[in-house]
Design a protein around this ligand. Structure first.
Ligand SMILES: Nc1ccn([C@@H]2O[C@H](COP(=O)(O)OP(=O)(O)OP(=O)(O)O)[C@@H](O)[C@H]2O)c(=O)n1
Ligand SMILES: C[C@](O)(CO)[C@H](O)COP(=O)(O)O
Length: 225
């Protein structure tokens, strides 16, 4: 079955507060987004890559590709004003049926085992959503004020890749966008499908706020040892 990955990098990175979108910040002398692309090429050198970029940053990306002599093949799609709109734009580039992984451009430490497991489960069950167990205790903040303890074994932290049979995902993305959608699992759940969780990795961090860059540097150092 044909394999695609839509790498969503259409955001502005407001929580990072950097002068350029965080997906273009350098780690080990190379933009974060290039590390993410390479992680998928390591899994499958022939995977079809769709890269979703902010419309106003496409020429900046092209300059970076030139500067770093980055030779990967990819199709560019224009990002939207929400993650949902960006994924939808990426999906419009898929013409042939297959399996599609949706992955955050700012999760460069995803490894081959996680990607492979997600594709295999999606092939068998229709979808595969990577997740990890919570490490901290959690409390629920009540609308009436106050808070109460919750059993953390009832919860999982959700990551990407989130992988799907392409027709199933395209169908689900025809529904109206809800403000509560923060990932693709929510979209297909809303369309009535059961979600299949697969194991992610604690190293598969989403680079979101400035301190995540220190964690990213440490993870890179560990990999180079
Ligand atoms: N309109 C958007 C918003 C987000 N994303 C992508 O979705 C991923 C996860 O989103 P997040 O970490 O929230 O990125 P930003 O939206 O850029 O960050 P922030 O919410 O801090 O502004 C990122 O790779 C981001 O580029 C996207 O493609 N299009
Ligand atoms: C898709 C995601 O990375 C799963 O954890 C997350 O939902 C993205 O959320 P964000 O608010 O766009 O960072």
């Amino acid at each position: 079955m044909k394999e695609y990955v839509i790498i969503v990098a259409g955001g502005s990175g407001s929580r990072m507060g950097s002068s350029i979108p965080k997906q273009f910040l350098e780690l080990d002398g190379k933009p974060i987004l290039m590390h993410t692309i390479e992680a998928f090429l390591l899994y499958n050198g022939a995977i079809e890559i769709i890269l979703v970029l902010p419309e106003g940053q496409i020429s900046h990306w092209e300059e970076l590709v030139h500067k770093h002599q980055f030779s990967a093949n990819f199709t560019i799609a224009k990002g939207g004003t929400s993650r949902y709109a960006s994924v939808k734009s990426g999906l419009s580039k898929i013409k042939e049926e297959g399996l599609v992984a949706i992955h955050d451009g700012v999760r460069p430490f995803v490894d081959t085992t996680v990607i492979q497991n997600a594709f295999e489960t999606a092939k068998a069950k229709g979808n595969a959503i990577t997740s990890v167990a919570l490490k901290d205790s959690i409390r629920k903040v009540l609308p009436t004020g106050g808070n109460q303890t919750e059993d953390r074994t009832h919860y999982r932290t959700i990551q990407t890749p989130q992988t799907f049979q392409s027709q199933l995902l395209k169908g689900a993305y025809e529904v109206t966008e809800l403000p509560t959608f923060t990932d693709d699992a929510s979209v297909i759940e809303h369309a009535g499908h059961a979600i299949h969780l697969v194991e992610g990795s604690y190293e598969n961090i989403k680079i979101t706020t400035p301190e995540d860059l220190y964690i990213a540097e440490a993870l890179l150092k560990k990999r180079h040892r």
